[in-house]
Design a binder for this molecule. Structure first.
Ligand SMILES: Cc1cc2nc3c(=O)[nH]c(=O)nc-3n(C[C@H](O)[C@H](O)[C@H](O)COP(=O)(O)OP(=O)(O)OC[C@H]3O[C@@H](n4cnc5c(N)ncnc54)[C@H](O)[C@@H]3O)c2cc1C
Length: 430
């Protein structure tokens, strides 16, 4: 039997078969075959979720052969693609057309459908996560039907299915709203964490895309303020870019993490090196600034909370780390987005701040994550569907005003649970 593993290596399974369809009719045939042999189906993207959301128990569908651009409608700013396209390839195609996604997360290894299905987001109060950029999609259901879902057709399925957790069927195509390509001016600099927290609402209002990383065991944060710019690309040169993005953020940081894993008591000392990176400023095309290469493997948990809760919640996390004597080599990442109306989007109905904690792969993470989780739950935190958490349906249902609406659509489309797995049973309760 083949073995499937996710990127972080903390999820593994042995699907009975791996199917690689090349067209929607082949997807329908795979689903029909699985249903008649009473097997579950799981579509897997790039395996970049840390939770078991993508674990294929029986029939696994890999859509990497369905990764083409289908249509570009410049007049309406719409691009239609096959759902298996990887974000980095999509960005390359869009750049060649003078177009861009309005916002992105911090890596682009994921498939578009995989990223959208878990409510993947970047930062920027004027922008939303990726799912709210979707204009329509095609869905193959457990009944072997192909549905076009948009505001005009199958509206209920469209409304719920942009963040579907993979529970509604196989998305074969997506049409997304794009914008003319734009450059960003990036300013990266360390700031005192108290200053950042005291001025958080001003910093996220004044900058198009603001995020920061608090460095545990220090009073410092590394901040990134990216603003739309009409200036030409002015990156610091190939060597400087390699030095900043590859050497410092990956090789040197990876070495610090390895030393910290061997000698945890050195972590507070090693942490003081991180804020010494100084100030960097440069202009580049947006997707090259939004996303970076991540060679250092880790485990991650991320919760979204209401914007106003960020400062008190993070201060509690900082105090807890000190009080409990945890040794944490990975910075704590903070981002924000505007709200949207998608039932299972982590920013549904509220402007959100996101707090993400990480641990180097191979380190013990459960206790640290559980303590952070307990704090963020007090602030009505919603866990990222693709990142480690301990919640189940009874905890989650009250966090989403339209949770029940999603369950109804799901039960109508997939009453037998063809697309389910253990993780979905846990968070959907059925
Ligand atoms: C290094 C790293 C960086 C990350 N950065 C960010 C970030 O900046 N912001 C953020 O929000 N998240 C981030 N994540 C989380 C990541 O974006 C999500 O977990 C995302 O879902 C992964 O996409 P994937 O293609 O790997 O999908 P998978 O993890 O393989 O699948 C996720 C879900 O999507 C479903 N799915 C996939 N394709 C389809 C389809 N065609 N039809 C129906 N369902 C489908 C799967 O069944 C599964 O339920 C990061 C993860 C890693 C490892």
């Amino acid at each position: 039997m083949p073995t499937w593993r996710n990127w972080a290596g903390n999820q593994k399974s042995h699907p009975s078969v791996i199917e690689m369809p090349t067209s929607e009719s082949e997807v329908i045939a795979v689903v029909n075959r699985a249903v008649s042999s009473k097997q579950c189906v799981k579509v897997v993207g790039s395996g970049h979720s840390f939770t078991g959301i993508a674990v294929p128990d029986e029939v696994m569908i890999d859509l990497s052969k369905m990764n083409q651009i289908i249509a570009v409608d410049r007049v309406h700013g719409l691009v239609t693609v096959q759902a298996g396209i990887v974000l980095s390839d999509l960005n390359t195609h869009l750049e060649a057309q003078g177009l861009s996604m309005p916002n992105l997360g911090d890596v682009t290894y994921q498939t578009l459908a995989g990223a959208v299905s878990t409510s993947t987001h970047g930062t920027g109060l004027q922008r939303t996560g990726l799912a709210a950029q979707i204009d329509s999609f095609r869905l193959v259901t457990a009944a072997g039907q192909s549905l076009v879902c948009s505001k005009q057709q199958n509206e209920d399925i469209f409304h719920c299915g942009r963040v579907s957790l993979g529970a509604l069927g196989v998305i074969t195509e997506m049409t997304l709203r794009v914008v003319p390509a734009f450059n960003l001016r990036a300013v990266e600099q360390p700031m005192r964490i108290d200053y950042v927290l005291d001025n958080f609402s001003r910093l996220i209002d004044e900058n198009d895309f603001f995020e920061f990383y608090w460095i545990p065991h220090t009073k410092w944060a590394l901040t990134k303020a990216n603003n739309v710019s009409t200036d030409p690309v002015d990156s610091p040169g190939r060597f400087r870019t390699w030095y900043n993005k590859m050497f410092l953020e990956n090789y040197a940081f990876g070495l610090l993490c390895r030393i910290g894993r061997l000698f945890p008591r050195l972590i507070p000392k090693l942490a003081t090196v991180l804020p010494s990176t100084g100030r960097v400023e440069y202009v580049n095309i947006s997707h090259r600034i939004f996303s970076s290469k991540r060679l250092v493997k880790f485990y991650e948990m991320e919760y979204s909370i209401a914007l106003d809760s960020l400062a008190p919640a993070l201060r509690e996390v900082m105090k807890m780390v000190d009080d409990r004597g945890f040794r944490i080599s990975f910075p704590v990442e903070v981002r924000c987005t505007g709200s949207d109306d998608i039932p299972l989007s982590t920013s549904t109905g509220r402007r959100s701040a996101y707090v993400a904690v990480h641990m180097f792969k191979g380190s013990e993470y459960a206790e640290y994550f559980a303590h952070v989780e307990a704090i963020l739950r007090k602030y009505e935190g919603r866990p990222h569907w693709g990142k480690i958490h301990n919640l189940d349906a009874s905890d989650i249902s009250s966090l989403y005003p339209e949770y029940q609406r999603f369950i109804e659509v799901r039960n109508r489309l997939d009453p037998e649970g063809v697309f389910t797995n253990d993780y979905l049973r846990r968070v959907l309760g059925c």
